[in-house]
Design a protein around this ligand. Structure first.
Ligand SMILES: [Zn+2]
Ligand SMILES: [Zn+2]
Length: 181
């Protein structure tokens, strides 16, 4: 691409996601496909890259721990300055073109981290887990705990009430129940 201001180029690339595209609980899995539509515009000081990245992001719902697998579309814009751009236009954060190569990965990573929610949810109204039994409330919004335990959960609550048995000893002491938070 020449350095003539006004020149533009549009193309589409598919890359494999680099590591750490996102963050611990939610991100684009390494090696998965990322489709990028990229438009490059030559301006006086460098190249303006405008891109749209389409990928899948996976993670865990912070409320119910269900797995999340969402299609995400992330837009980004980055200005890449020519190496000989005026110094007053450069800052520490400036992207500098090196041998006319764009550092797309960093721009993409920044955009992804900004775009993805830090507290991902499986759905906007995820009710989370029951504080008592840990059931997904989305599956069973009306279940209650009290004298009448929902029969669907009674087997679970019995299990939770019983100490862990070994083959030898069936007598139980007061085993602390760690299953409740
Ligand atoms: Zn959820
Ligand atoms: Zn419950």
């Amino acid at each position: 691409m020449g350095r003539k201001p006004g020149a533009e180029r549009t193309f589409t690339v598919t890359i494999e996601a680099p590591a750490d595209l996102g963050y611990d609980v939610y991100g684009v899995p390494e090696g998965s496909k990322v489709d990028i539509e990229l438009r490059l515009d030559a301006i006086m000081e460098g190249i303006l890259a405008t891109g749209t990245a389409s990928a899948r992001a996976t993670g865990e719902c912070v409320r119910c721990l269900d797995s999340i697998d969402n299609a995400v579309v992330i837009g980004f814009t980055e200005l890449y300055l020519y190496d000989d751009a005026p110094e007053d236009q450069k800052s520490e954060d400036s992207f500098i073109l090196e041998d006319e190569l764009l550092d797309l990965e960093t721009a993409l990573r920044d955009a992804v981290v900004l775009a993805l929610p830090h507290n991902p949810l499986c759905g906007p109204d995820c009710p989370g887990l029951c504080a008592e039994c840990g059931a997904r409330l989305a599956d069973d919004p009306d279940h209650t705990h009290g004298d009448a335990i929902d029969p669907r959960w009674s087997a679970l609550s019995q299990l939770a009430d019983q100490p862990v048995r070994t083959a030898e000893t069936s007598e139980s002491g007061n085993v602390p129940d760690d299953s409740k938070e």
